[in-house]
Write a protein of this length. Structure first.
Length: 276
């Protein structure tokens, strides 16, 4: 079994198909080789059969092209690099069988990352971030509920930016602490790794009553994470090839301030990526 450190792995990677990233799949392979990445995963935003949320992801009709590009990149990747094919996937009960049976099953994608950019509002309506921001307690609890359901589904390798709510729910108040504890308790109970995300570090900062800070990662969330037995990873969430390692140092600093130790990645005898 091969074991890799955080500095050698990036599994959260986008490309041209999602419409808010740039570059071909191969461009990210080339950049990863230059940056010393030994395990690269392509995980563009996952399409769904009815093209819901299509403004920030590929259309379902583009799935074949994305899959072919990933397969071609895997064949051309240097022998020193392991290349995995996946998606950043929004949990939604309507698509559980599609994720499991078609993407992971029939099409043979290697992994899915759990995200919540879309969630059920308290009135049952389907809400998309950022068109509807998480800026009140009801939205915060709805986001938390959707993320927990995704973690409990057993479909995902790890949860990306679990503190995404902090981009618009600006205060670290009792509600934010309570929802964060619910997220962390669930992650611990199902042994779901959670990600300190590099994209939020590269984005424009926000201002709360405590001052200017990253949109996310939220330092207070990760300080709280140190109280739970939960694996922690980091990833670039790169939308340009040159973003592969630009936020790595800042992600590490957040973990260090919270006294967190990063998990390690391994590739088992069947070629599967696992997180230890």
């Amino acid at each position: 079994m091969e074991v890799f450190t955080q500095d050698e792995v990036n599994l959260h990677t986008h490309c041209k198909y999602c419409r808010h990233a740039v570059g071909e799949v191969q461009d990210y392979v080339d950049e990863a080789e230059k940056d010393g990445i030994k395990v690269l995963g392509m995980s563009d935003h996952c399409p769904v059969p009815d093209d819901r949320w299509h403004s920030a992801r590929m259309f379902y009709s583009e799935l074949d092209a994305y899959q072919k590009d990933c397969e071609a990149a895997a064949e051309r990747a240097p022998r020193s690099m392991h290349f995995f094919r996946g998606f950043e996937t929004d949990y939604h009960k309507d698509y559980v069988s599609y994720y499991r049976d078609e993407l992971l099953g029939e099409r043979g994608f290697d992994y899915l990352l759990l995200a919540v950019h879309n969630y059920y509002a308290p009135d049952g309506s389907d809400i998309t971030i950022p068109e509807c921001l998480i800026n009140d307690r009801g939205a915060l609890h709805a986001y938390t509920k959707t993320l927990i359901e995704g973690m409990q589904s057993g479909l995902f390798l790890y949860a990306v930016h679990p503190d995404l709510f902090a981009a618009s729910y600006l205060e670290w108040d009792d509600e934010a602490r309570a929802c964060s504890r619910d997220i962390l308790a669930c992650a611990s109970s199902v042994h779901m790794p959670i990600e300190i995300n590099g994209q939020g570090i590269r984005a424009k900062k926000v201002v709360s009553s405590s001052g200017e800070r990253y949109r996310y990662p939220l330092q207070e969330f990760w300080n709280l994470a140190s109280e739970y037995d939960v694996p922690v990873v980091t990833a670039a969430d790169c939308h340009k090839p040159e973003d592969m390692i630009t936020s790595r140092k800042a992600c590490k600093e957040i973990a260090e301030k919270a006294n967190l130790t990063f998990a390690r990645y391994a590739i088992d005898e069947n070629g599967n990526i696992i997180i230890q």
